[in-house]
Design a protein around this ligand. Structure first.
Ligand code: AMP
Length: 418
């Protein structure tokens, strides 16, 4: 089935073509028809499924009819990056429609946003806090909003935004279309959905499990060997662009500095950076100027860089959900990707949970001298050196790159910036 079947305005189809989308993704197939009919929709979908276009396309279709030049669609997202990306999707998909879009989030000047809001904007992609600021100052008029989208609702809940969202919803007309997307459905999000939606169509795209197109590899390792292991992987694996996750902001900075000193083109993305620096890091990574980005969870939430070939969890995420979200950064929209996760002794609990979710798709890898003999009983492919669960290093037989099933350094090394 092609996009033509949705009977979208041809100016919108032109935007779809310009982005190179050939066929709709499953969530687009399921969500676009009811959204176009004006129904409320609750979409349980993981990231990377094409959910943004699933709501942006029907919104554009709606906006091309009726009065123009005032705010008619409001999309609320948990992070600045996601809000910027959604704004960008509206701009790209709507490039021929003349629809005017703005993104609204904190950390940047409120005055330039105020100016933009006066400029006949029709779609707003916003983070809750700054939007409430604008509402308080009377610099945004939401009285004629026809569609409200709550994107990544579970993250908004995690980040404590649900009270803000309820305040925002009070400023909107009661008669509107509401769309809510979430990778998981905690009871608080369900409660919000019950309050703000009316007779929604429920759409579920697969279980909230890591995307199918990604292969998952665990590397048991000791904390102090992680950077050496990371460099080893970077040196011996064929990679296009790599997103490395750390647990803390300071570690994101340190790891990026360590890689930079080793000659890699690397940037970092974390909450201690100004919005301008965050955007610069993201743009540099997106254009390929930086091959590696080291980021924390919050900073990287929802970022859409099309060609991330590898996600490396330098630090194990705290939950299986967080893993799903990190891994959703690669293998997007049916591209393939690899996810490497460093597992220390402290991560055994979460490693077990992930093993249950990933099942057969999970492989354990051992790099001689760097990964350690642990978690052996959880490893389907563990060799004798790992079978006793001891946390000792395996003997270093050879130089780097001699891990299971992977060609060594000489075969697969890619000449990056060294
Ligand atoms: P999302 O889940 O909305 O973040 O989308 C993930 C990625 O898939 C983005 O890079 C989109 O541009 C891309 N995408 C969305 N829909 C399609 C489609 N029908 N065909 C190919 N790529 C798509």
């Amino acid at each position: 089935m092609s996009f033509e079947k949705f009977s979208l305005n041809e100016k919108i189809v032109a935007g779809v073509r310009a982005l190179g989308y050939q066929t709709p993704t499953p969530i687009q197939l399921k969500a676009i028809p009811p959204i176009m009919k004006g129904r409320d929709v609750m979409g349980l979908a993981q990231t990377g499924t094409g959910k943004t276009a699933a709501f942006v396309l029907p919104i554009l279709q709606r906006l091309m009819q009726g009065s123009r030049g005032h705010v008619r669609a409001l999309i609320i997202a948990p992070t600045r990056e996601l809000s910027e990306q959604t704004h960008e999707a509206v701009r790209q998909l709507g490039r021929r429609t003349g629809v005017r879009s703005a993104s609204i989030y904190g950390g940047v000047s409120i005055y330039s946003q105020t100016k933009r809001l006066k400029d006949r904007v029709e779609v707003i992609s916003a983070c809750p806090g700054r939007l409430l600021d604008h509402i308080g100052r009377g610099t945004v008029d939401l009285s004629r909003v026809e569609v409200l989208v709550l994107d990544e609702a579970d993250h908004m809940f995690d980040m404590g935004f649900l009270p803000d969202i309820r305040k925002i919803v009070k400023c909107l007309p009661a008669k509107r279309q509401t769309l809510l997307f979430s990778a998981t459905m905690p009871s608080d999000v369900q409660g919000l959905a019950d309050d703000v939606m009316s007779d929604p169509v429920h759409i579920k795209i697969g279980p909230a499990a890591p995307v199918e197109t990604v292969s998952h590899k665990f590397y048991p390792v000791q904390m102090n060997s992680k950077t050496a292991l990371l460099k080893d992987i970077l040196e011996t694996t064929d990679m296009e662009s790599v997103l490395v996750f750390t647990r803390t902001k300071s570690r994101a900075k340190t790891v990026a500095q360590q890689l930079d000193r080793s000659g890699y083109k690397v940037t970092s993305l974390h909450g201690n950076l100004t919005q301008q620096k965050r955007q610069k890091a993201l743009d540099g990574f997106r254009t390929g100027h930086y091959e590696i980005m080291v980021a924390t969870d919050i900073a990287a939430r929802g970022i859409d860089v099309t060609k991330i070939s590898h996600v490396i969890n330098y630090d194990m995420p705290d939950t299986t959900d967080a893993y799903t979200h990190r891994i959703g950064r690669t293998g997007r929209a049916s591209q393939t990707g690899d996810a490497f996760t460093f597992v220390t002794g402290q991560d055994v609990g979460i490693a077990h949970s992930l093993k249950r979710v990933l099942g057969e798709k999970l492989e354990y890898r051992n790099v001689d001298g760097l990964t350690m003999a642990m978690l052996a009983e959880t490893s389907p492919s563990s060799g004798s050196s790992r079978s006793n669960g001891r946390r000792s290093f395996a003997p270093r037989a050879k130089s780097f790159g001699n891990f299971n099933g992977r060609p060594g350094k000489s075969a697969s090394r890619r000449s990056w910036s060294h």
